[in-house]
Design a protein around this ligand. Sequence first.
Ligand SMILES: NC(=O)c1ccc[n+]([C@@H]2O[C@H](COP(=O)([O-])OP(=O)(O)OC[C@H]3O[C@@H](n4cnc5c(N)ncnc54)[C@H](O)[C@@H]3O)[C@@H](O)[C@H]2O)c1
Length: 351
Amino acid sequence: MSQSKRIAVIPGDGIGPEVIREAVGVLERLRETHGVELELTHFDWGADKFLKEGVSLPEGALSMLSKEFDAILAGAFGDPRVPSNQHAEDILLGMRRGLDLYINLRPVRLLDARLTPLRDRERADIDFVVFRENTEGAYCGAGGFLKKGTVDEIATQEELNTRRGVERIIQAAFDYARRHNRRRVTMADKSNVQRFGGDLWQRVFKEVAARFEGIEANHQYVDAMAMFMVQDPSQYEVIVANNLFGDILTDLGAALQGGLGLAASGNIHPGRTSLFEPVHGSAPPLAGKNVANPVGSILTAAMMLEYLGFDQASEAIETAVAGAIADKETTRDLGGSLSTTEAGEAIRRRI
Ligand SMILES: NC(=O)c1ccc[n+]([C@@H]2O[C@H](COP(=O)([O-])OP(=O)(O)OC[C@H]3O[C@@H](n4cnc5c(N)ncnc54)[C@H](O)[C@@H]3O)[C@@H](O)[C@H]2O)c1
């Protein structure tokens, strides 16, 4: 692939700039080794800009991103000087909603048997992806208070499930399964008690599954899935769930693969400018100390490359990361002694 892709890089706050610097270093290395041509443009959106200029997501940013860039690589947002977290919400939720990034894709892949808290597991036992619906569900902000602050207070919190929203996330999960030779898609819900939204998800799941011959459509209640993910994670290949359940299951997934420092994610609308970010936050106590684990960001860059069609380069990153971890060339959170920069270099050297 020779065509150059345009990437907006938004390092953000806290450890964001430190880990994104390492991910960018890996992308630069891939230019030499794999001919990956990327044009990177950095944006200084984050707490500093917000505090100085009162600007979080600049005006016109969304149309600029969607017209001028193929993908966005972001670090983390959140700063103790902004207790409301307003800028982080504006920037991250602004991009996820404003660009209609309806797929939250979270791979859960064990890169080294040592990293999982589960006993007697091999790498192949933990290798699945979660498709979390990213634009509606319980996070739509609908609801309200009656008699707030009184003993008779009533709070309602609504969940939004549109036919179109449910269908497109389930379709995306099956498309992924077909493209990646995965044979089973498991949907998690709570349709035994959530009778309306759950009913819609059930009907649509069966309809979509019927279009994918050869891929098993499996269903589990989300509480059972949380248990099975710990007892027998090897049964999962592709999981699809609504926003709330997906949020919870993917954190469990991050724990199974070795922790937040390793977890990568994509916020995707196929064919459009999509956003890739490590799962962890800005970890203010670690910021500026060159100790944060850059692997989550580096694997995020690998996901971005796969999205952009650079499959071999993406695989080369994963192999290099697994090699560095196997040789214990890691930061402290994984039991090593390397700095952020050294851990990034250990990966770059292996590409
Ligand atoms: N997507 C995002 O930008 C995002 C996500 C979560 C939290 N946040 C924000 O980040 C700030 C801190 O939140 P938090 O402390 O709850 O979550 P966090 O992910 O920043 O940190 C949680 C724990 O994980 C550890 N950790 C996280 N990333 C690590 C890494 N790369 N290497 C080593 N250790 C790592 C931290 O030391 C901490 O103990 C808050 O402002 C929060 O709102 C942002």
